[in-house]
Structure formats: structure tokens, C-alpha cells
Design a binder for this molecule. Sequence first.
Ligand SMILES: NC(=O)c1ccc[n+]([C@@H]2O[C@H](COP(=O)([O-])OP(=O)(O)OC[C@H]3O[C@@H](n4cnc5c(N)ncnc54)[C@H](OP(=O)(O)O)[C@@H]3O)[C@@H](O)[C@H]2O)c1
Length: 247
Amino acid sequence: MKHILLAGVSGAIGGALAQALLARDEESIVVGLCRDAAKVPEPLRSHSRLTLLAWDAEDDQSPDAVARALEKTIPASKGIDTFIYAAGLLHDGPMFPEKRLEELEAKNMARAFAVNATGFALLVQALLPWFRHRDLKRVVAISAKVGSIEDNRLGGWYAYRSSKAALNMLIRTLSVELPRRCKPIACVSLHPGTTDSALSDPFSQSLAQLQVHSPAETAENLMSVIEGLSAEDNGRFLSWDGSALPW
Ligand SMILES: NC(=O)c1ccc[n+]([C@@H]2O[C@H](COP(=O)([O-])OP(=O)(O)OC[C@H]3O[C@@H](n4cnc5c(N)ncnc54)[C@H](OP(=O)(O)O)[C@@H]3O)[C@@H](O)[C@H]2O)c1
């Protein structure tokens, strides 16, 4: 994995993944996408092999701007090997996971879908010219187990659950089309495991009985899965330990 594009580099898991990717291979070049470069902590922000580009999942013009800027760092003719989508939205100010139907709001549903699903699909669309080379491409969406339809026994969290289920469906649909156009490729959804981050922070008390990983531990777990991917894994929903999850 030499040329990597990582969306959500300002997040806990995205930042830890960028660090792990840069540390594992001295020839790797990472392009990180985020809304605000100042949110990427030092020394990662100034790393010589990291380029930060502006991107907002809630702005549908953003992927074209990313493609134009990416061409200057990694030309489409060189290609990217790995695209990791680590952006995600669960809560933001008045937006909070719904406990009951009355709490569902159209604006929050739209935001969750924009960040958790549409933003991913539009980036893959813009990146198609970077997937045309002959080596294995890895397209990895950091999803969530709560996006599993079969596994949903607790209910609630309507916007987050349904937008992650949509992300999973996007991966499955891409896993049908992309091998026809950009073989060999592995499109997968990955559950990162419960991780200490701003996203999980409001739920730290209820998570106390669960195994909570640090972002660095999660990045190591995810890297093991990502590095082990082959075209045979195309279209799978995997957990951080490499086990299969139900869609
Ligand atoms: N933490 C967990 O326990 C857990 C469990 C299951 C799944 N996940 C998934 O793992 C992924 C990473 O989560 P995390 O725990 O690292 O959370 P985090 O620290 O809150 O990171 C979220 C990332 O998403 C970005 N983002 C939010 N809205 C955006 C927008 N409109 N445009 C562009 N970027 C936007 C954030 O950017 P800003 O810095 O600009 O806000 C940040 O980079 C998410 O997909 C999450 O659903 C996490």
C-alpha cells in the first residue's frame, strides 16, 4: 500500500490510521481529507509524507475539488492503492441518537446520510480514474456493527443505524460494479470496534461493560485486516478482528 487516500483524517480513528499507515511503510504517501486541517494534531499534521486536502461530506461539490487537488499530489496515472473512509457522524450539538420515534428529525437524518453514506459514494465516484491500474485496490468504509440490519435487536439510533446500513449497501453495490471496471479490487465494510473518541464519548458510561480500544489499538487492528485483504474479500462486512459480520 503506497498511495493512500484517507477521508476523516481529523478524527480519532482516521488520525490513528494515518499514523499507522505512515509508520508501516517508509514509501507510503497519505493524502488526508478533512474539513479543518487545524484539527489534525501535530506531529501528524506536519508529516512530510502526509498531504491534507479540504473536504466536507455535506458539500456535494467537494469531491470534484478533491479530485482536482489530488491530481497535483498523486496523478490519476499513478493511481491509489487504498481508499479508507473514516468520516462519520453520530451526534453534533442538538443532533443526538434517537431513543424513540418522536425524536426523529428530517434534518438530522439528512446530515447522517450525507456524512455516513453519500459522502463516501461521491468520493468513490470522483476517484474512479485513480482505480484504473492493475494492482489490487482496497476500498474500505469504516462502518459500524449497529448498521447491521440482521443484528439490530435493540432499536433506536434511527439516523445513525440507517445511514450505516446505507453505507453497507453502497459497499455491496460497488463490489458488483467495480470489479467489472477496475479489477482487481476489494470493497469492504469494516466495523472498527468500540473506540475511545469524540463520537463515542457521550456513551462512555454505557460502554463501560464493553471492550473499549484506544484509537491506536483500533488502527493496529484495522491495519491487520486491511493488509490481509485480497480480491476474494470483495463485498464482505468484517469486524476489527477479521471475523465476518451479518449484513
Ligand atoms: N468510536 C467508536 O466506538 C466507533 C464505533 C463504530 C464505528 N465507528 C465509526 O468510525 C468512524 C470514525 O469515528 P471516530 O470514532 O474516529 O469519530 P471522530 O473522532 O468523531 O471522527 C469523525 C470524523 O468524521 C469527520 N466528519 C464529521 N462530519 C464531517 C463532514 N461534514 N465532512 C467531513 N468530515 C466530517 C470528522 O471531522 P471533523 O474533525 O471536522 O469534525 C472526523 O474526522 C466513523 O465512521 C464512526 O461511525 C466508531
